[in-house]
Design a protein around this ligand. Structure first.
Ligand code: COA
Length: 388
């Protein structure tokens, strides 16, 4: 099958913004098009991810609205919603659309507003997010997403002896990486003591184990292989996996195994014809520190139970054997949910092009993105490689 490539990338700073969804999206989409050097007439379609526009701004039917705002009125559009994995799913469909022929160039991105700038405070936004959790049993029981991942992580601690200090090391690393990313929500370092002293949110997670609520947008231009040949530095999409998991937590087979991530990773590695050892760096879904530990195991970087000790030993740091979340991840870069997936693709693209300055992973030619939605219900894994 012919490959698709990313030929342009753009994103806003993540953090509080007082702009509308349309205004924010334009601030990512227009730079992505400029980076690619494509004119409006070159773009065949717009795919966009957004989850909460109806709740935060009474703003739905975003495809044609965002197309109008960036001068693309007339092209076919599609809006995707998959909780926190929203724009990775939009990206997958853009890639498949150019690989299979209908389009040569697709603009794809995500946009979300989650901070109190929306008028919704932390309890109200927590409730809005929880619409992605099981409606029948878990929502009535008062589940929250810190609670969901707290349960999975508690089980990991029980099975493998993972410690709060090991979790804190994930936060320390991602905050350190975030200081090197001018678009990150938080540009401040932290240390293990400060993480362990921060207020408890949902056992075992403290405030500093959690990602924040962020506003932001991200976008990339996906082009078919033939079209991408005319660009300076196309970054090829060589594998994508997409899988789901049983939703009620009580029905999951193994809480610590993240079935959807293991299946999506296996599909992506198979399509790319690589293994975990071939990956030079990874952007993964660290919505909570424990989620990063579980993901490093599900993706095959470490054996089950080794994720915590590996974080503690510095194996996932920028100069470690497998740098995880050089951007700062969701923890420090921020998590405007519908924009997170394509923001990971932006980081993969810019790392592989060698454009990220002091957080550059040396010789980064193969990157992997892992984006999860809901209570591990949906996972997309994407492999991208430098054109050889
Ligand atoms: N990490 C680091 N610092 C954070 C933070 C976070 N996640 N969230 C807030 N802060 C900081 C704020 O900047 C502020 O700092 P300041 O006092 O220096 O200005 C301080 O902590 C208090 O911020 P506030 O907004 O009042 O915190 P809060 O108690 O309302 O919310 C959380 C904190 C952790 C409860 C909230 O960010 C949260 O629920 N995060 C998880 C979001 C989520 O579930 N996402 C879905 C993942 S699947």
């Amino acid at each position: 099958m012919p490959r698709a490539s990313v030929v342009g990338a753009g994103m806003t700073e993540f953090g509080p913004h007082d702009k509308t969804l349309s205004e924010l999206f334009a601030e990512a989409a227009l730079p992505a098009m400029a980076d690619a050097g494509v004119e409006r007439g070159d773009v065949d379609a717009l795919f966009v991810g957004n989850t909460l526009g109806g709740t935060t701004e009474n703003d739905t039917h975003l495809g044609p609205k965002l197309a109008s705002h960036v001068g693309l009125a007339g092209v076919p559009t599609q809006r995707f919603e998959d909780a926190c994995a929203t724009s990775s799913n939009a990206f997958k469909h853009a890639v498949r659309a150019v690989e299979s022929g209908p389009h040569d160039v697709v603009l794809v991105g995500g946009v979300e507003r989650c901070t109190p700038e929306t008028g919704l405070d932390t309890p109200e936004m927590t409730k809005a997010f929880v619409s992605a959790a099981d409606r029948q049993y878990e929502q009535p029981a008062g589940i929250t997403f810190p609670g969901v991942f707290g349960l999975l992580t508690k089980r990991h601690m029980h099975e493998y002896g993972t410690t709060e200090e090991q979790l804190a090391r994930v936060a320390v690393k991602n905050h350190a990486n975030g200081t090197l990313n001018p678009r990150a929500h938080f540009g401040k370092e932290t240390d293990v003591e400060s993480v362990l002293d921060s207020p408890l949110v949902a056992d075992p997670f403290r405030l500093m184990d959690c990602c924040p609520f962020s506003d932001g947008a991200s976008a990339v231009v996906v082009a078919s292989e033939a079209f991408a040949d005319s660009f300076d530095a196309p970054v090829d999409v060589t594998g994508i996996g997409h899988a789901t998991d049983i939703v009620p937590i009580a029905d999951k087979e193994r809480l610590t195994a993240t079935h959807s991530a293991r299946e999506a990773a296996s599909q992506a590695y198979e399509e790319a014809e690589i293994g975990a050892d071939d990956v030079d760096f990874c952007e993964l879904h660290d919505c909570f520190t424990g989620a990063e530990v579980l993901a490093t195991e599900a993706l095959g970087f470490f054996a089950d139970g080794e994720g915590g000790p590996a974080a503690e030993a510095g194996r996932t740091e920028l100069d470690g054997e497998i740098p995880i979340n050089p951007s700062g991840g969701l923890k420090a870069k921020g998590h405007p949910i519908g924009a997170t997936g394509t923001a990971q693709i932006v980081e993969l693209t810019e790392q592989i092009r060698g454009e990220v300055g002091s957080r550059q992973v040396p010789e980064a030619t193969t990157g992997l993105a892992h984006n999860l939605g809901g209570d591990t219900a949906t996972t997309l894994v994407t492999v991208m490689e430098a054109r050889t």
